[in-house]
Design a protein around this ligand. Structure first.
Ligand code: C2E
Ligand code: MG
Ligand code: MG
Ligand code: MG
Length: 282
């Protein structure tokens, strides 16, 4: 049996289990109403440089705020939103909020970048390019501090479809990240057609690496490949000191994970960064 395939199967099974888990999926009616009444909230998870543990950026993560104030994770609403033609509206709300937060932080001396997740499917529509351009122009944000994340497995469905818009975004100066790398079984030969700037190694390989030889091999080869292609590397889901030490030893540039910080509201990130000495004035 192919050990890599076994690992990928385990990962897929875990993801399926998570989908069936205790989380109730929102109904289409709730979603249609909630998109109009401001139920989409955005949390931000710090990304730190491995070299000095300082904050270099955040990832914007959508949250649904239910009527009772309850926070609902993306797995319970993003698939429904995608399947019902509402993803561009959600992306617009998340992106505009993220850029407004970015501009506010810069005014206060927190000069970091923000990464926003985009569904690959939406990157075939020029309206999506326009909403990105307009939000950045409105806040006079520096596009060099904005990254678009797209999930590897989704890109591989049809690599040509999002190629033009991703290339245009890159030409505007935005960063492009391959998200959940390692779960899509793509070849770099294919991915190289898109001008990516960053590779985010999926949590499954990080979590598995300390005890599992195959996961470690996947992690190591992803890092060395990314380096040879000039991509910045991010390890997702680092939860322990052991994992931190391992990814640091392998030469990963940036870490994101509970070991550093969980996703938080924007104002909490600001306080956290201030305490860590992450502001230009501190
Ligand atoms: P992702 O882009 O891979 O985001 C990372 C996910 O890992 C987040 O889950 C984050 O909370 C979680 N995470 C971070 N560090 C750790 C850790 O140390 N341990 C563990 N166990 N988990 C960690 P979240 O927020 O539930 O988001 C899940 C996925 O939903 C995201 O995965 C992304 O694919 C999607 N998503 C989130 N926001 C958006 C959005 O605005 N638009 C679209 N299209 N998709 C989104
Ligand atoms: Mg992401
Ligand atoms: Mg990811
Ligand atoms: Mg992931």
């Amino acid at each position: 049996p192919d050990p890599l395939k076994a690992l990928l199967d385990t990962y897929a099974a875990q993801q399926e289990a998570a989908k069936r888990g205790p989380i109730d999926v929102l109904s289409l009616k709730d979603i249609q109403d909630g998109l109009k009444s401001g139920c989409i909230d955005v949390f931000f998870q710090p990304k730190v440089s491995v070299a000095d543990r300082r904050i270099v950026g955040v990832e914007a993560l959508a949250r649904w705020r239910g009527a009772d104030g309850r926070l609902i994770p993306p797995i319970a609403f993003v698939p429904v939103i995608e399947d019902n033609g509402l993803i561009d509206e959600m992306t617009r709300q998340v992106f505009e909020k993220s850029i407004a937060v970015l501009a506010d932080w810069w005014r206060k001396g927190l000069e970091i970048s923000v990464a926003v997740n985009f569904s690959v499917d939406s990157l075939t529509r020029y309206e999506v390019f326009d909403l990105v351009s307009q939000a950045i122009a409105k806040e006079q944000a520096d596009p060099g501090y904005v990254t678009i994340e797209v999930t590897e497995s989704r890109i591989m469905d049809d690599i040509a479809a999002p190629l033009e818009i991703l290339t245009r975004l890159r030409m505007k100066g935005l960063g492009l990240a391959i998200d959940d790398y390692g779960t899509g079984a793509s070849s770099m030969q294919q991915l190289k057609r898109i001008p990516f700037t960053e590779l985010k190694i999926d949590r499954a390989f990080v979590a598995g690496a300390p005890q599992d030889e195959e996961a470690r091999a996947m992690l190591e080869s992803s890092v060395s490949l990314a380096k040879r292609l000039g991509l910045s590397t991010v390890a997702e889901g680092v939860e322990t000191e052991t994992e931190w030490d391992l990814v640091a030893k392998l030469g990963v540039d940036v870490v994101q994970g509970y070991f550093i910080a969980k996703p938080m509201p924007a104002d909490e990130v600001f306080v956290w960064a201030q305490e860590q000495g992450g502001l230009t004035s501190s």
